[in-house]
Design a protein around this ligand. Structure first.
Ligand code: HEC
Length: 150
């Protein structure tokens, strides 16, 4: 019984850990490089500026992390955008999925819907255009209107 429970726990908990890090460009590289010594839960709940993440990676190299320049840039970009701080002004026509999620406080699905809409219909011109996106949380978008640029 205990053994079954252990196996079940492993099956159900492992994917949750993997999902800990938000979906975004650079996640696989970050996961590979940053979970060698500890789990992603060590840093996945942080929201820090790019400069602070830069310092964190430097601190990790002092603890033994070895990383190529290319991977450093990828990991820093991922952490800055996906575990970053909300932007004061975000260009909704250029923002990545992670930037949209962080600054507008919307889900990954909604961020994806904005990106798909933009790709199909061209740049948004105003807030009314954004409100037309399928499945968008209009209240959340309206609350962040001062943070959105076009
Ligand atoms: C070579 C091993 C190693 C690798 C690889 C590594 N870390 Fe760490 N990290 C550590 C150690 C050791 C600690 C301290 C653990 C403790 O305090 O229990 C730590 C702690 C942390 C902490 C908590 C302490 C703090 O400074 O806020 C964060 C955040 C963190 N790591 C982020 C990262 C990120 C992001 C990466 C990928 C760039 C990474 N780590 C890769 C060894 C590593």
């Amino acid at each position: 019984m205990l053994r079954t429970l252990t196996i079940l726990t492993a099956i159900f908990i492992a994917p949750v850990w993997a999902q800990d890090l938000p979906e975004g460009e650079g996640r696989p590289v970050t996961e590979r490089i940053c979970t060698g010594c500890h789990g992603a839960e060590m840093f996945s709940a942080y929201h820090k500026s790019g400069d602070d993440w830069d310092r964190t990676i430097t601190t990790m190299t002092e603890k033994g992390l070895s990383i190529t320049d290319a991977d450093y840039a990828t990991v820093l970009d991922y952490l800055s955008k996906c575990l970053g701080t909300p932007a004061k002004k975000l260009n909704i026509n250029k923002a990545s999925s992670c930037e949209l999620q962080t600054t507008l406080a919307i889900t990954a699905d909604q961020a994806q819907a904005i990106i798909a809409y933009r790709a199909k219909n061209g740049d948004f011109k105003d807030l009314d255009g954004v409100k037309k996106v399928d499945g968008i949380d209009v209240a959340a978008i309206t609350a962040k209107k001062d943070n959105i640029t076009f």
